[in-house]
Ligand binder design. Structure first.
Ligand code: WTA
Length: 647
């Protein structure tokens, strides 16, 4: 199904890219990347302008990615200082608190400048210098943005840990990047509940170097314990100077590290750098969301994920936009919250995840209809494929059929949008991520041979032929893992980990991960991480985790657990294991279903046959394929007989 062409006038008075512009601009971006990006790189302010644009290699053994490599700049200057003269009194951030009875804050660019400078001075006083790593473990409060921009200002590298992660996950990330400081808050209110962030941090720090400091923001004023390494952020900021010079950064100096799940091992630290990332985040923000001066932009993500980095903070602020930071959840105090916030702040662009759309669709259209959404112009979707039913509801009920939906496919690794329709330029197809952004060269490969599949109406794995400015540069401290993860299965290409289809019109449809990464409510989770958490429990001998289709979450977590000899399965033990995983990783990793498995299907060489486990979890065991290579084929019958997900 193809939706009518969204005409330019339905979108905005003057879309940045019209239907005739896209093919020309795209062609220019891939035939002459130096010329194209050399021009578009100027959209941000450089201290020393670059003379070189692209210097990248996907050659095995020499994966090396540099953009604008001899230019210098500062991200904080671009997101804050450069707007002071023209829009100092304009709101930069609207902060909407968890509880709708509490007032929203409107933070102007001038206020933002003062707060970022104060925070930067506090960081300096705590001994943070250029290149040092700072962990940010905060609720969705303005201080999270101040902290990011303060780090950028002085050249420190931030690494945000989502406030829903457990102390263990936090500790692993503090140690993983050898951070000098953790910025946290007393509590994180969310959906009417409070997560004790400070106490989580104390627990995490038990396993970290004594020299790690902790800077604590007061959010609720609730009680916390105080140790020698703690510093009171509010008190220190109150005394700090509201001016702080910016550090001159090379385009290729790291801006942030963000840990993300892969198919094997522990989460890896994805490294993004200063110049290319900012150019890409700001350009995609402006073009994909058809952002215009004066628009109110709302991305509902958390800054703990890449979406929050690129489209709450860096992209919008580089463009001088008004960006909303929302502390709450879609369903608190009721299922009308998103729409109430859209109406209250006259939101023009609204960007959320399919899982939220499905949950709100389930709650009923009346929640939407209560609110005036007449300012909405563009709707966005991200994080997982959006099913046509949810797409249609989003389009009809939320957008009243007049707001183009941009279904943006991208990844933590890509820094910004990779495949997406452009409002005003594309015919929309529900469920399709459609076409590459400028400079992105998607290819479809045959999964086993790695051969390129040409033509339309084809399916395979999605790879990217050449670099784009927002691409990650390395895995923190492990360049070899970077090469191995993304460039070794299909030599000469960046491998996304996703499968895709190119339809008869040449539009791309993402079909989901082809590796052992599952996507739960739009959050990436490595099955290996959940497995290692489960087997760390004293009563668990072995565990295998797979995804299965879940109506609201997209995918749910299905765990097969083999207990230690002598342990008996019970509901209590099931609850204990669920709680255990929550504590080891965080609530988002809690298995939805746990099946007691006396044995797991293994090959004679001992490899778990996940394909079979996936089929059983999907309740689709009619087509298990060849099981004759299994060491003990009878375990499969037991797993089928006791499966949890019967339709
Ligand atoms: C999936 C989130 C289909 C995909 C920005 C990818 C999508 C993973 C879409 C990255 C989309 C993201 N359609 N699938 N529009 N957007 N994905 O790193 O599987 O948290 O590889 O980045 O989410 O998740 P990540």
């Amino acid at each position: 199904m193809t939706q009518d062409v969204q005409t330019a006038s339905a979108v905005s008075p003057k879309p940045h890219v019209g239907p005739d512009d896209y093919p020309k601009m795209y062609e220019a971006s891939v035939s002459d990347p130096d010329g194209f990006w050399g021009e578009h790189g100027k959209r941000i302010d450089w201290i020393k302008p670059y003379t070189k644009v692209k210097n990248t290699s996907f050659t095995p053994g020499n994966i090396d990615i540099r953009w604008f490599e001899d230019g210098t700049l500062n991200v904080s200057a671009n997101c804050v200082d450069r707007h002071l003269e023209t829009r100092g009194d304009q709101t930069a951030i609207i902060w909407e608190p968890d509880n709708p009875a509490d007032p929203a804050l409107h933070i102007t660019y001038r206020d933002l400048h003062a707060s970022v400078c104060k925070m930067a001075n506090v960081l300096k006083d705590l001994g943070i210098e250029k290149g040092d790593r700072v962990i940010i473990y905060l609720p969705m409060i303005p201080e999270a943005a101040y902290a990011m921009l303060a780090c950028a200002r002085i050249g420190a590298i931030h690494s945000i840990v989502f406030a829903g992660f457990s102390p263990d996950a936090l500790g692993a990330r503090i140690n993983g990047c050898d951070a000098k400081l953790v910025i946290t808050a007393d509590y994180a209110p969310r959906g009417g509940r409070e997560t004790p962030l400070k106490s989580n941090t104390d627990t995490a720090l038990l396993h970290c170097k004594d020299s790690v400091n902790c800077l604590v923001v007061k959010r609720t004023g609730g009680q916390t314990t105080w140790t020698d390494r703690d510093h009171d952020c509010n008190a220190l900021m109150a005394e700090a100077a509201p001016e702080c010079p910016v550090q001159v950064m090379n385009a290729e100096d790291p801006l942030f590290i963000l840990y993300t799940s892969g198919s094997t091992g522990q989460p890896k630290g994805v490294v993004h750098c200063t110049g290319g990332y900012l150019v890409y985040a700001s350009m995609t923000h402006e073009i994909v969301f058809d952002y215009h001066e004066g628009d109110i932009f709302w991305c509902t993500a958390d800054v703990g994920w890449v979406t929050g980095h690129s489209y709450i903070v860096y992209g919008p602020l580089a463009n001088g936009a008004t960006t909303i930071m929302f502390e709450g959840v879609p369903t608190f105090p009721d299922a009308g919250r998103f729409w109430e916030v859209c109406a209250k702040h006259k939101v023009n662009q609204f960007y959320t995840a399919p899982t939220a759309i499905r949950a709100l669709m389930g709650a009923g259209s009346e929640w939407v209809e209560k609110h005036d959404l007449s300012d909405l112009r563009i709707l966005g979707s991200v994080g997982e494929p959006i099913n046509p039913e949810a797409w249609n509801w989003y389009n009809d009920v939320v957008g009243k059929g007049k707001c183009p939906i941009v279904d943006t496919f991208w990844q933590t690794e890509t820094g910004g949008h990779m495949l997406t329709p452009l409002p005003g330029a594309s015919k929309l197809k529900p469920g399709a991520a459609q076409q590459p952004f400028f400079g992105v060269q998607p290819v479809v490969l045959e999964p086993t041979s790695g051969d390129i599949i040409e033509g339309n109406g084809v399916e395979g794995v999605l790879c990217i032929r050449d670099s784009w400015p927002g691409q990650m540069r390395t895995v923190w401290g492990d360049h070899e893992r970077f090469e191995k993860t993304y460039f070794s299965d299909y030599k000469g290409y960046y491998f996304s980990g996703d499968g895709c289809r190119r339809d008869e019109d040449g539009d791309y449809w993402i079909t989901g991960r082809v590796d052992d990464v599952i996507n739960v409510s739009g959050h990436r989770m490595g099955t290996a991480e959940v497995e290692s958490a489960l087997v760390a429990h004293a009563k668990v001998a072995e565990a295998a985790v797979v995804g299965y289709p879940h109506e609201v979450k997209g995918q749910g977590i299905y765990a097969y657990v083999t207990l230690m000899q002598g342990e008996e399965p019970s509901d209590d033990l099931r609850k204990e294991l669920e709680k255990w995983v929550r504590t080891e990783i965080g609530p988002i990793a809690k298995p939805d279903l746990i099946q007691w498995a006396p044995g797991l299907p293994k090959t004679r060489s001992g490899k778990i046959m996940r394909r079979i486990l996936r089929k059983i979890a999907e309740d689709d065991f009619g087509a298990l394929g060849d099981t004759s290579t299994l060491a003990d084929p009878s375990v499969v019958d037991d797993l089928i007989a006791n499966r949890m997900n019967r339709s």
